[in-house]
Design a protein around this ligand. Structure first.
Ligand SMILES: [Zn+2]
Length: 288
């Protein structure tokens, strides 16, 4: 008891001395925007700006922690979006996220995207459309979980970025060649027929034009967008899993794909304990 009390006392004294001697350094402004700047070579519009390069701000992230603002001007919406992401996903599952950026385009139907940073697939950028957050906060939360799946399906244990498209015997997604046994390959084995796969002209691009037709014919897809490519299918199903959305019986095997893999338990538990109200189920069903 005595020993414990002494240790406790030491801790209190240390904390008190820190409070006195350390200046009150604020890394965020009054709105909560990160203002402290850091250099990050991967943090530039050419890498994470997307096709329109409308990047407004980006945070450099290391091991799930914000290191500082690495592009643009302080933007509280970006920090709020990051807070939402870490409300859904545990920090230790975000170690492959190197940059978290924002673009601002109310006219774009792109809610967010993931970009590989540099030549290796060890760091990724997640870039979100901050204009979309207020329009539909539930949809935005689903999107955050969706994007996280694009990261964990492209890390080096899943995707070999050193293999050229011509030498890829599995599936080349534009960044690299999926390994045998990769989640995306298992996904295709389970849920995509050869005919469905063959109906996509360019797997690296996905096929939104043909998605509606595949959706109409197969009730297993969780919405038309998921029928645009196996990766989008996996991503949409993952966000349904994470938020425990009610899905039709035909979609349930896709959600169960994650439920039987214990490595995803922590993300789902974290998301379901999050401070926000879980999103409601999407009404976009597939099937004849
Ligand atoms: Zn996606």
């Amino acid at each position: 008891m005595l020993r414990r009390a002494l240790v406790l006392l030491t801790a209190v004294v240390l904390a008190a001395s820190c409070a006195v001697s350390e200046p009150d350094v604020r890394a965020n402004d009054a709105d909560g925007a990160t203002v402290e700047r850091v250099e990050d070579p991967d943090c530039d519009a050419a890498t994470i700006g997307g096709e329109e390069a409308t990047l407004v701000a980006a945070l450099s992230i290391s091991d799930g922690v914000v290191e500082g603002l690495c592009a643009g001007e302080p933007d509280a919406r970006l920090d709020a979006a990051w807070s939402e992401l870490i409300d859904i996903v545990p920090l230790d599952r975000l170690d492959a996220v190197g940059v978290f950026g924002a673009f601002d385009d109310a006219d774009s139907d792109v809610l967010a995207f993931v970009a590989m940073l540099g030549d290796a697939n060890e760091r990724f950028g997640i870039v979100v459309n901050v204009a979309a957050i207020d329009l539909d906060p539930d949809e935005f939360r689903l999107t955050l979980a969706h994007e996280v799946s694009h990261v964990f399906t492209q890390t080096p244990d899943q995707l070999d970025v050193t293999v050229d498209e011509a030498d890829c015997s599995t599936l080349y997604n534009g960044n690299g060649c999926f390994l045998d046994g990769a989640l995306v390959m298992e996904w295709i084995d389970r849920f995509w027929s050869e005919q469905q796969l063959a109906s996509i002209p360019d797997l690296a691009e996905g096929d939104e034009d043909g998605a509606d037709r595949r959706c109409e014919l197969d009730a297993g897809f969780p919405g038309p967008y998921s029928a645009s490519s196996p990766e989008e299918d996996l991503a949409e199903s993952f966000s349904a899993y994470v938020f425990d959305l009610e899905v039709p019986a035909a979609v349930a095997p896709r959600v169960d794909f994650f439920a039987v893999r214990s490595e995803f338990d922590a993300i789902r538990d974290h998301a379901l304990r999050s401070t926000q109200v879980p999103p409601v189920s999407s009404a976009d069903l597939c099937g004849p």
